[in-house]
Design a protein around this ligand. Structure first.
Ligand code: ASP
Length: 346
């Protein structure tokens, strides 16, 4: 009898401890992307490939350390995206693409699936980590989106780190921008003879946006996306990444989504929220809803790209219609840990 009680008390205390610390068997899931685009096996510089995969692994490590110690999905996605923003391999933060004026304009958004609170910044040029500015907009202002100089002033008042715009420049990105400008001027020449239109929006040419979605030990979902947008963009062009519903969405009732690809099409299809709506109203699985948007609706309109998603039950989807997408995930539950990073179609 005494022994039974001891066993029962041990069981109880392990479980109380487990609940307090988020250990040992609570389920946590993290999915990340570093952009979808023309990434063909054998064509990417092996060194660049290695650097990008290492960065994805560092981002997963960062997110896991937060989720494993009982931290929130919201903290995990913000911190993971900061790691990717700081890494020059991706088109977000340092390493952002060049605008037509040879500068950098960054967009980011974040959403809390528990409360449906959301925050975003667009067209910012001096905030080192736009994702943290998006979170500050969500938590420290009555607004959802701030743009340009106002967003920068707000971030400065919040004590977020400011940098010179040149901080975001990396040589690789400058070279591809210069190549693109040459192609575009040729295209314009051809255009005047009626043969060809500009290549600025050629399918699959843009990649490197970053994003993260997570499910924490308390069952809360969150999503975050950050980008330099589209190379050679002008006139203050803004894509889907900072638009809640288009590039980012999270709702504890359904799923957390972060998108990457040809932003204009993601905006027109309101892709992130559409996945959640199909799940909630059409009772589709995450996999099916995500697949229909990325592999049917998006190409039907002429767009391309991909998304990462996790649903409230921990299911993962990572569909993309481009040749590749930098991506990774980890899932830890009672059965153990699964973890992977990848670029190409399997
Ligand atoms: N969706 C981003 C944009 O259109 C670009 C990308 O994901 O590569 O700004």
């Amino acid at each position: 009898m005494k022994f039974t009680w001891i066993v029962f008390l041990c069981f109880l205390s392990v479980n109380v401890l487990a609940q307090k610390t988020g250990r040992p068997v609570s389920r946590v899931v993290l999915v990340i992307h570093g952009g979808a685009g023309v990434l063909e096996r054998g064509k990417l510089d092996p060194l660049r490939e290695r650097e990008a995969l290492d960065a994805l692994n560092r981002a997963l490590d960062k997110g896991y350390s937060i989720l494993d110690s009982g931290g929130s999905a919201l903290d995990a996605v913000e911190q993971v995206v900061r790691v990717l923003e700081d890494d020059p391999s991706f088109n977000a933060g340092r390493g952002a693409v060049f605008t037509a004026e040879g500068r950098h304009e960054l967009d980011a958004s974040i959403m809390n699936g528990k409360t449906l609170a959301a925050g975003a910044v667009a067209g910012v040029t001096t905030i080192r980590n736009p994702i943290s500015a998006a979170r500050a907009v969500m938590e420290k202002s009555p607004h959802v989106m701030l743009a340009g100089r106002g967003a920068e002033e707000f971030a400065r008042l919040q004590g977020l780190q400011q940098v010179d715009n040149a901080y975001f420049s990396v040589e690789d990105r400058r070279k591809s921008w210069q190549q693109q400008r040459r192609r575009d001027s040729l295209a314009t020449l051809k255009d005047s003879s009626g043969k060809k239109t500009s290549s600025i929006l050629a399918p699959g040419e843009k990649f490197g946006t970053v994003g993260a979605v997570a499910l924490d030990a308390n069952g809360n979902l969150a999503a975050a996306t950050s980008t330099g947008g589209m190379s050679n963009k002008k006139f203050g062009r803004i894509g889907d990444s900072p638009l809640i519903g288009a590039g980012t969405y999270a709702d504890n009732k359904t799923a957390a989504i972060s998108c990457t690809g040809w932003g204009e099409y993601f905006i027109r299809l309101v892709i992130a929220k559409s996945v959640c709506d199909r799940m909630e109203l059409g009772h589709e699985s995450l996999e099916k809803a995500a697949d229909i948007l990325i592999n049917e609706k998006l190409p039907a309109l002429g767009g391309d790209g991909g998304l990462i998603a996790v649903d409230k039950d921990g299911n993962i989807a990572m569909p993309f219609s481009t040749p590749g997408m930098f991506r990774g995930y980890l899932r830890r539950d009672a059965t153990g840990m699964q973890r992977q990073v990848a670029i190409y179609k399997e």
